[in-house]
Design a protein around this ligand. Sequence first.
Ligand code: SF4
Ligand code: SF4
Length: 269
Amino acid sequence: MGATNINRTVLNICGCCNLKCANCLAFIPYYKEKFIMTYEEAKELLAAYFEVVDSVEHFTVTGGEPLLNRNTAKILEEVNLYRNQIRGSIDFVTNGTILINDEILDFFERNKDHTKIVLSHYGDELSVKIDEIEKQLKERNITYRISKFYGDDMYFDGWIDFSDHSLKWDTIEKRDENSRKCIHSAGKYFVINEGCLHRCSRSYWRMKNGIIPFTKGEYVDLLDPTTSLEEKRADLMIMMNSVSSTSCAYCVGLVNGAPRVKPAIQLGE
Ligand code: SF4
Ligand code: SF4
């Protein structure tokens, strides 16, 4: 069997957030059961992930809002133990509402050659700590970038509304065609949610909520003791090599031409 070298994986360590963005790409405000990953859970999950995945270019730790998780520094340290399997960087995405604690800053300062912080900036009314966070990072010379999601020149021109889960593409050919244009799909990005490796958070959400079935070869349950390592790697290979999955049929896709909505509109506004 071939090597499982993938481009990006996003680990969700906090299924809750202090913002309630109506069009949250990961549907966090709509989670019925909130969760905060423990260090022990992260350790077990990362060990399982790095057995199934030979290498990943970028490994991102986020949520929800990851700074709501008190175990974040320890989880980042644990991710860093797999440095030899992370070809590029360990990234960390936060929403600019909470100052970064010293333990986490220490981690990024010590590992600045292969780590990067991404600050999602939703404007001064929502990302209320962004200036202070920038100051924290500059003082320690820690690499970061800002994804600007307000006003002009928005990152990626704004957000896409993924809340309509009706069937969009009724043949494999049409679904493949759209999926080829999807940045998530074409880029072979993956997410880890609730112990499972998914193609994207839309796919995870649709399976979890019964919109589409859990289909073998469209997700990998990393912690499933009844599935062998070889079988998990084989399922990942199927995911890596497929142009689209069932979820893509119900999806506008993360595509350049799709209509944009204003980012970070808060539920109840
Ligand atoms: S800040 Fe908004 S988009 Fe980001 S995780 Fe929270 S609810 Fe979702
Ligand atoms: S088309 Fe939709 S479901 Fe398919 S990979 Fe892209 S975002 Fe995910």
